[in-house]
Design a protein around this ligand. Structure first.
Ligand SMILES: Cc1ncc(COP(=O)(O)O)c(C=O)c1O
Length: 460
């Protein structure tokens, strides 16, 4: 039996499905759509899901079976996993079990049950293996932003130290760096990236060209949130190592989307989200610290209750022990990891990339090459692609109006993004479309249909 199964918490599945029904009722009362009937059709356990998947004879069948595991409102088409994932029924079930365990016996849960305890050993061990790391190299965080803030503030950067990032990074990275600039005098250096990258060397060269004797770290996204570009992360970590620099990676979009092996990548620090492509609960993330037991970087946490164990425990333990965390949510992340493993991470990666390249192909057919703001080269592919159907890509009001119309008039959820193509601007805008395991080609078709109508009414 699965460790986090409903049975082990003495909560009946029927009760849970009824609970979802009640939530649905509340959503309806609040103006939601009446087609939430699919909620509650998910498998009773992961072995059940595995059996259902094994019985599928076609790809179409397989992905339809996967789709049934999710509680997404059928009235919407959800294509913004890049901002927030959608929990599968089994993940919600685990979350609910955790809260019930706390409600029934608070100390039994947070103190005596290793699944929910402060140290989080079983969940850290499972998540670490999934990420290609050792258990003592990971700690749970609230999200990627939290992880990046924690580690950037914990490293012994000094006035004048330069840290290289890019103009395609999410605010989660430049924001704590700007704060460190004002507080400690560190110097964030933001380099431009070509919107349509042609080669890995082109990116590595841009970082290498920005190095100076004062450079202390390279900090960059594994997958850029702007246009879904998958960065040459291993080459960049090699570059950092060759020059004795620290590598810090914002991996918000990777777990659950692509196969990961942090040891292979060779980064020193990696921060990622449990609530995006892993489809875990909101408020979950992971901080990875290479070689945490020996802590070669003299990391000193800014938030811990275990500082007196600095010499005897891996530095990640000092991060993990920082008050009572939302451990039912971390437990649900471990279930989300099991869910991904049951479906198959490699299969999911292929699926999200296939759907996204279908999207990109259709964009070019519909609006021409100039509308596509993501490269189509397979080595840079991910589950996010960005386009701008308007002639002027620098008109913010048009893209906002487009994004809003597609969401409010057609119930299709995507998001607009913007980035500087060179320091000082101007900002180029586009609409980002995330394709995940619960999406299908007809979602892309519906989106592009809606997009065409929205563009027609706004004017190109
Ligand atoms: C690249 C990137 N980093 C960080 C974040 C912030 O993620 P979180 O909400 O987990 O802090 C995002 C969110 O969209 C992102 O796209």
């Amino acid at each position: 039996m699965h460790r986090n199964s409903m049975e082990s918490r003495n909560v009946s599945r029927r009760g849970f499905v009824k609970g979802i029904g009640a939530a649905t009722g509340a959503a309806l009362a609040a103006g939601g759509n009446s087609r939430l009937a699919m909620a509650g059709t998910f498998s009773a356990s992961l072995p059940d899901l595995q059996a259902a998947l094994n019985a599928c004879t076609t790809d179409e069948d397989f992905w339809k079976t996967v789709r049934r595991e999710f509680l997404l409102d059928p009235a919407i088409i959800y294509m913004n996993t890049g901002t927030e994932g959608a929990m599968a029924g089994l993940t919600v079930e685990s979350l609910k079990s955790g809260y019930l365990a706390f409600a029934a016996n608070p100390m039994g849960a947070c103190y005596y049950n290793p699944t929910y305890s402060y140290e989080q050993k079983p969940n850290r061990t499972k998540v670490a293996a999934f990420l290609g790391a050792d258990p003592e190299e990971v700690a749970f965080t609230m999200n990627t932003t939290h992880g990046l803030n924690l580690i950037l503030n914990a490293l012994p950067f000094q006035s004048g130290d330069e840290i290289i990032t890019t103009l395609h990074d999410h605010a989660a990275l430049p924001s704590p760096l700007d704060c460190l600039r004002d507080r400690r005098g560190i110097v964030p250096v933001r380099i431009a990236l070509p919107t349509l990258v042609q080669s890995r060397q082109e990116i590595v060269y841009r970082f290498a060209s920005a190095l100076t004797p004062r450079t202390k770290a390279l900090a960059f996204s594994h997958i850029n949130y702007t246009n879904g570009l998958r960065m040459p992360v291993r080459e960049l970590c090699d570059l950092a190592r060759a020059y004795g620099l620290i590598s810090i990676v914002d991996g918000a979009h990777t777990p659950g989307m692509i196969e990961l092996n942090l040891h292979d990548i060779g980064c020193d620090f990696y921060c990622c989200s449990g609530h995006k492509w892993l489809n875990g609960p909101a408020g979950t993330g992971v901080l990875y610290i290479r070689n945490a037991p020996s802590n070669p970087w003299s990391v000193r946490p800014v938030m811990t209750e275990l500082y007196d164990s600095l010499a005897t425990r891996p530095i990640t333990d000092l991060f993990q022990y920082s008050g009572q965390h939302n451990t039912p949510a971390y437990t649900a992340v471990a279930v989300a990891v099991d869910f991904v493993k049951t479906v198959g991470q490699a299969k999911i990666e292929q699926r999200v990339k296939d759907l996204n390249s279908y999207f990109k192909k259709k964009v070019v057919e519909q609006w021409g090459d100039a509308a596509l703001l993501s490269t189509t080269l397979p080595e840079f592919a991910s589950g996010m692609g960005t386009f701008n159907p308007f002639l002027n890509h620098y008109d913010m009001m048009k893209i906002i109006s487009f994004s809003t119309r597609v969401r409010t008039e057609y119930n299709i959820i995507t998001r607009f993004v913007g980035w500087l193509e060179k320091p000082g601007g101007p900002t180029r805008y586009g609409q980002r479309v995330s394709t995940h395991l619960f999406n299908e080609e007809k979602d892309v078709d519906s989106f592009l249909d809606a997009a065409a109508k929205a563009v027609a009414s706004i004017g190109r």
